[in-house]
Design a protein around this ligand. Structure first.
Ligand SMILES: *[C@@H]1O[C@H](CO)[C@@H](O)[C@H](O)[C@H]1NC(C)=O
Ligand SMILES: *[C@@H]1O[C@H](CO)[C@@H](O)[C@H](O)[C@H]1NC(C)=O
Ligand SMILES: *[C@@H]1O[C@H](CO)[C@@H](O)[C@H](O)[C@H]1NC(C)=O
Length: 321
């Protein structure tokens, strides 16, 4: 069982899966804007033998570049800190990105730390302290586990395949796609702009049957897996600024392995750019901040140097911690 559960979250190890608000911002946050947002990225546990010599946790550079491209800076968050230390970090960052990977979503250190931040984010948003979370691939799966309080994932294999999105009616009134030009909305449903690298996911049936999930999230798109299962591919929180995509917006601009079906067309690049900007704009509404410039400077990803990994993984560059 634990083996199955483990593999359930594999989002293709070498690509590894590179998101509530109150519907309305509080009047305070509506006026105040933070133009120096910092997005936290939880480091991911290394599960791949070829990566082990470099460190215990990592972040693919593609997620960092993606976040930076939206106008934010990145703070890597290690998995070895105490709850008090995470509570302290939460007061300083303006949003959180759960990246892809291959770890147990209930028992791993990654899941433990994610749960701490998820609870802090729920409480913060409840008291009008806007704080967005984005989950990509396994990060989206993780959000569904956190919201449902149980692991409801099933085989929805779509591995190394780019797909158009089957948008729901709700997608057209969503926050995530609100700024998209009509031409891109059309391309999204006709062109293969979304890269999929996963074995497991949430079926549409499970989503619709589970009250916790469908009360919490709006379903924005679905897709069909290799086994015919319809799976949830894009969700956004109804009340909370929490967003999830089963696919990988960051690969469209920042990953180039020739063996992998990364969408690189002009529309694919535009999709990736607009989503990065959307999420960072959500982060601008958070007024969390560091205590002083020295603390901020020493917390950022700029203190680390990525390693060239194009000759032993599907990534070009990785940060190790
Ligand atoms: C698109 O989603 C609808 C339900 O929203 C479903 O009935 C239809 O079969 C789906 N089509 C594809 C091609 O996924
Ligand atoms: C998932 O379904 C696909 C397609 O039917 C199949 O090839 C694969 O072996 C299944 N994976 C697991 C872990 O059951
Ligand atoms: C990958 O390339 C780096 C630098 O070019 C080199 O040091 C390293 O040994 C290579 N790794 C493999 C597995 O080929």
């Amino acid at each position: 069982m634990s083996n199955m559960v483990f593999s359930a979250f594999v989002c293709l190890f070498f690509v590894c899966c590179i998101c509530c608000s109150r519907a309305m911002p509080t009047s305070l946050n509506q006026e105040a804007v933070n133009d120096r947002p910092v997005i936290g990225i939880l480091t991911q546990l290394v599960s791949d033998d070829v990566m082990k010599p470099f460190g215990r946790t990592y972040i693919p550079s593609s997620y960092v570049k993606y976040t930076e491209s939206g106008g934010a800076r990145v703070m890597p968050i290690k998995l070895t800190l105490t709850t008090a230390e995470y509570e302290n970090i939460f007061k300083k960052i303006n949003g959180l990105l759960f990246i892809g990977g291959a770890v147990d979503l209930e028992t791993s250190d990654y899941a433990r730390v994610a749960k701490i931040f998820y609870r802090l984010a729920l409480m913060a948003n409840d008291r009008g302290d806007f704080f967005p979370i984005w989950g990509t691939c396994m990060g989206m799966q993780l959000l569904t586990v956190l919201v449902a309080g149980e692991n409801l994932l099933a085989n929805t294999t779509a591995e190394n395949i780019a797909l158009p999105l089957n948008l729901t009616t709700e997608a057209h009134s969503s926050r995530m796609f609100a700024g998209f030009p009509d031409e891109l909305m059309k391309a999204l449903t006709h062109e293969a702009l979304t890269g999929n690298f996963h074995h497991y996911g949430l079926t549409v049936e499970t989503f619709l049957e589970n009250e916790k999930l469908h009360n919490f999230f709006s379903l924005l798109s679905t897709n069909i897996a290799k086994n015919g299962a319809h799976f949830v591919s894009t969700i956004e929180g109804k009340r909370y600024p929490f967003y999830g995509v089963q696919w990988h917006p960051e690969v469209n601009r920042f990953q180039w392995d020739r063996r992998l079906n990364f969408p690189h067309s002009s529309h694919a690049v535009q999709l990736s750019s607009l989503l990065a900007q959307f999420f960072v704009d959500e982060g601008r509404r958070s007024l969390h901040h560091f205590d002083n410039p020295e603390e901020e400077d020493s917390s950022l990803i700029y203190n680390y140097t990525p390693v060239y990994a194009g000759n032993f993984t599907g990534y070009e560059q990785l940060y190790f911690f």
